[in-house]
Write a protein that binds this ligand. Structure first.
Ligand code: GLC
Length: 537
């Protein structure tokens, strides 16, 4: 580690965290949906992978209109996922194995089935019950036009009109996502107080941190201006946007940081904030706010040396300004799996292998989305009848949505559901070809993606140059991304599809190849779409 005292650096500055998509990881009770007991039984696998922590996607009571990101009770476990006792057992087992546990916090909106929203519907316009959400009168003489032109992230408008208790059409409420996910009003003191209690509830149960859902969405311009003419209706978070990345959100996070700091241990927050630039992202990570945030510019960068290098540079420079580490990520439950994004098939897989070595060599922390360590591709052939993502329905099928990256992962055997659960059920169907990609098949194969991830993560723990710290770019040639880290480490990625020569004098003195994402030629050239780690080992 460079410039940071290894003994005192907090764990989250360089952690590798495994994202468990709870519905699709492991099903203990055979209903076709993953659950906490299933996760618990598979923790030794996660430990053996070599990560430091798990992030669990929402497992709270929910009508599942958006796969659990519509929470109807923030302090409990949904029966389909288990019980609070299962949760406590999971945390106990994880901690026993040396794994930390991060849970998902969904503060931008509740479920429409949340008692607060039911009470808001039963109450009248202007009531304290409605004041926890964003209710407005419609425009036009009958109030039958939405209050403004904001759009839902899942397609369609962001406003839904309610029927008042006396049966007449009434006010409209805002939902930046599905109508089943009404947005909370974060200027409301009750909302703020409630979320601090929710944080305390889970902190007291022993969680090590929170992933903050839609961290850039909590504040809205009280004037509620139309977007037309100024901003794209479903566009990115540009400066001054009326509902994305507004400066008022930061005050919320300062309050949360005071709460988390009052607990022993190094409890942490990671923000999901889709903002315009790394500079804007850095604002969330000022020393009295959140600890880390996904640097999505890396995920969004195309497979070429210049765009990856500038994504890394821009993130690291902006975050260094506030003393925060970068947090790299290649895939999650909202984007197409990177094997497919990088070209699919053999080429996509080769590039994904190289990308993993790049990511794990970069300074900071990293997230691994379940199944990427198996090299799973996006499932593009799901039957329409199986799809569940609200995006698919709200766009009339024009956008397929995110189900293709959420298919339950294959553990063993040669037939679906590949050991996912004890019955044949699986909430999304798995492709038959996944028989080749099971954990069982890959665990003993020295050339598998799983073996590459295990080797990379074990080296990452062992090599003092990796984790938190700095990098220095090395000019190795066109299409090559190369950087060194002290002491004695060099990562070279060949982004081109043909082999490249590497000058011997670029290698750190005494360093040899410690890991490569693909076979390297005896002549010292680096094949196309391949990454190599050199170190003194
Ligand atoms: C976040 C989640 C996504 C969810 C949305 C609304 O982007 O990652 O899955 O649909 O928030 O809660």
């Amino acid at each position: 580690m460079t410039g940071v005292d290894a003994a005192s650096a907090p764990w989250w500055r360089e952690a590798v965290i495994y994202q468990v998509y709870v519905r699709s990881f492991a099903d203990a009770d055979g209903d076709g949906v993953g659950d906490l007991a299933g996760i618990r039984s598979r923790l030794p696998y996660v430990r053996a992978l070599g990560v430091d922590a798990v992030w669990l996607t929402p497992f709270y009571p929910s009508p599942q209109a958006d796969a659990g990101y519509d929470v109807s009770e923030y302090r409990d476990v949904a029966p389909i996922f288990g019980t609070l006792d299962d949760f406590d057992g999971l945390v106990r087992d994880a901690h026993g194995l040396g794994l930390r546990v991060i849970v998902d916090l969904v503060p931008n909106h509740t479920s429409a089935e949340h008692p607060w929203f039911r009470a808001a519907l039963a109450a009248s316009a202007g009531s304290p019950e409605r004041a926890r959400y964003i209710f407005r009168d419609g425009r036009g003489s009958g109030g039958d036009t939405p209050p403004n032109d904001w759009g839902s992230n899942f397609g369609g408008g962001a406003w839904t009109r309610v029927t008042e208790p006396d049966g007449v059409p009434g006010q409209w409420y805002l939902h930046l996502f599905a109508p089943e996910q009404p947005d909370l009003d974060w200027t409301n003191e009750e909302v703020r107080a409630e979320f601090e209690l929710i944080l305390r509830f889970w902190l007291e149960r022993g969680v090590d941190g929170f992933r903050v859902d839609v961290a850039h969405g909590l504040a809205k311009d009280p004037e509620m201006p139309d977007l037309a003419g100024n901003w794209a209706v479903s566009g990115p978070a540009l400066e001054g946007h009326p509902h994305w990345d507004r400066d008022e959100v930061h005050d919320v996070y300062r309050g949360w940081r005071r709460v988390s700091d009052s607990y022993p241990g190094e409890r942490t927050f990671v923000a999901e904030a889709w903002v315009q630039s790394p500079k804007r992202l850095a604002l969330y990570l000022r020393p009295d706010e959140l600890h880390t945030a996904f640097t999505f510019n890396f995920l969004l960068a195309s497979w070429d040396a210049a765009s990856l290098r500038s994504a890394v540079d821009e993130s690291m420079a902006a975050l260094a300004g506030v003393g925060a580490p970068a947090t790299w990520v290649l895939s999650n439950h909202d984007v197409a799996r990177h094997v497919t994004r990088y070209g699919d098939g053999q080429l996509g897989t080769r590039r994904a292998r190289a990308a993993a070595l790049l990511m794990f060599a970069l300074p900071g922390g990293a997230y691994v989305y379940q199944g990427e360590e198996l090299g799973l591709p996006e499932v593009t052939e799901l039957p329409d009848g199986a799809r569940q993502d609200p995006t698919f329905f709200r766009t009339g099928g024009a956008e397929l949505g995110r189900d293709g990256c959420r298919v339950p992962i294959p553990w063993s055997g040669s037939e679906p559901p590949f050991g996912f659960g004890p019955s044949a059920a699986s909430w999304l169907p798995q492709p038959r070809e996944w028989a080749e990609l099971t954990v069982e098949r890959q665990a003993s194969d020295p050339g598998s993606m799983l073996t590459l991830y295990r080797n990379a993560l074990s080296l990452r723990r062992r090599l003092p140059a990796l984790g938190d710290g700095q990098l220095a770019w090395v000019e190795a040639g066109q299409d090559l991304l190369a950087f060194s880290r002290e002491p004695g480490f060099l990562c070279i990625v060949n982004l081109a599809d043909r082999p490249a020569d590497v000058a011997k004098e670029l290698l750190p003195t005494g360093a040899g190849v410690v890991l490569a994402s693909g076979p390297i030629d005896a002549d010292g050239r680096i094949p196309g779409a391949t990454a190599v780690w050199f170190a003194r080992d």
